[in-house]
Design a binder for this molecule. Structure first.
Ligand SMILES: [Zn+2]
Length: 402
């Protein structure tokens, strides 16, 4: 039974509950505060996605988790429960698989990428290897358009990596390859695209860190040639990628367990620092009523569409034993399909009501806590609220807090 919501006796009275998930995962529940914050995070992901859908009506995200996949054969939407994780999800809905545009798919994709990279790092460490995190940035200001800034970044990276000195240095350092992530934030100096890169070295050269550090001036040269400006002390940063503590120290996040793999795969869930905003922070501000943030998000969405977030150098995936899986497959949860059971199907009309009330996150939360009975309960409240002045959530609020 839910530990966060209303008093148990009262809830039981209305739901007659034993939600499937609630019963099975009770022992493993985290603290109430954690549970509540997870619920809120999940609900807000769907609200945030709705904001992106309004801003990007022509993009795939506009259909994500709204449209049926097989409308002719099954016009309803299934509510699924993962027996292993205890998490609920929708079945028979379209997923957009867009890391950049969609907070819902983006979260699944980045978590999948993090897990595979983390696994690769374990394999690498077991072979005696080390990992370094290299961060490359460059000066920019408010007048730079994002499209120009991204084009310059691509040119500088290409030229930097094509130099003989870069290749020789990486070879001497024992590099087995690298994986680079693309990321962008927005702050008082405008758009700030940058890259984080994990460099995998074999551990044979004890001076590998110093060698990689020696490339600073060469990155500086590439930047100066392209932009006519000098990098500052943060323009080239390299540090051990083996210690999570260093990341927290560097990025100042109160995120225990934050690792190198998180740093480069989770750009979409990171919070901006020192007044800078991540794209989904910008979307959140749009949702709160800032039209200018809406325009910024559209600019970002246009420029990042189709871009790859992670670039593995040739052969590194094989070396790390990482299998190929597409963003779409991760967003669809292909790997978890066998662990899922169906709780029930929301019919077409009720699904339209769920959409109209922007309540997809709430439906999943209640499915997770109270099973199918819970879903039926709030659907009934939504039906009853049609044509009434009383919004559906007001009548369920005393039972469910999120
Ligand atoms: Zn999506």
């Amino acid at each position: 039974m839910c530990t966060v919501c209303a008093p148990a006796a009262e809830k039981s009275a209305f739901l007659g509950i034993r939600g499937k998930s609630a019963a099975t995962s009770l022992d493993n529940r985290q603290s109430e505060a954690d549970e509540l914050s997870q619920a809120r995070g999940r609900i807000s992901k769907f609200k945030l996605q709705r904001a992106a859908q309004k801003l990007l009506p022509e993009e795939a995200v506009a259909r994500c988790h709204r449209f049926n996949k097989e409308r002719l054969h099954n016009p309803g939407v299934d509510v699924m429960l993962n027996r292993v994780t205890g998490r609920a999800s929708f079945g028979n809905v379209v997923t957009c698989g867009s890391l950049w545009h969609c907070p819902v798919c983006g979260a699944k994709i980045s978590e999948g990428r993090r897990a595979e990279l983390q696994g690769g790092m374990v394999t690498h460490h077991a072979r005696g290897g080390r990992v370094y995190l290299l961060t490359l940035t460059y000066p920019h200001d408010r007048t730079m358009k994002l499209s120009d800034s991204l084009a310059s970044l691509a040119t500088m990276l290409r030229k930097f990596k094509a130099t003989r000195v870069y290749k020789d240095t990486m070879r001497k350092a024992g590099s087995k390859g690298s994986v680079r992530s693309l990321e962008v934030t927005h702050g008082e100096n405008g758009w700030h695209p940058h890259t984080h890169e994990l460099v995998f070295v074999d551990g044979s050269n004890s001076s590998d860190l110093e060698l990689i550090e020696s490339l600073r001036s060469h990155w500086g040269k590439a930047v100066f040639k392209e932009l006519g400006a000098h990098i500052n002390e943060h323009g080239f940063d390299v540090r051990s990628g083996d210690s999570a503590a260093e990341y927290v120290a560097k990025f100042g996040r109160d995120a225990s367990g934050w690792t190198a793999a998180h740093e480069i795969t989770k750009s979409n869930v990171k919070k901006g620092r020192k007044g800078s905003r991540s794209p989904f922070d910008i979307l959140r501000d749009y949702m709160a009523g800032c039209a200018q943030s809406g325009a910024l998000f559209v600019e970002y969405a246009t420029e990042f569409k189709g871009k790859r977030q992670l670039f593995y150098s040739r052969g590194l995936k094989e070396y790390l034993a990482i299998e190929e899986i597409s963003d779409e497959e991760l967003a669809e949860g292909q790997k978890e399909k066998e662990e899922q059971e169906m709780l029930g199907t929301i019919n077409e009309q009720d699904w339209l009501a769920v959409l109209r009330n922007n309540a997809r996150g709430e439906v999943l939360e209640i499915a997770q806590r109270h099973g199918w009975e819970g879903v039926q309960f709030i659907l009934e409240k939504m039906r009853a609220s049609l044509g009434s002045d009383e919004p559906w959530y007001r009548s369920v609020r005393r039972f469910i807090c999120w």
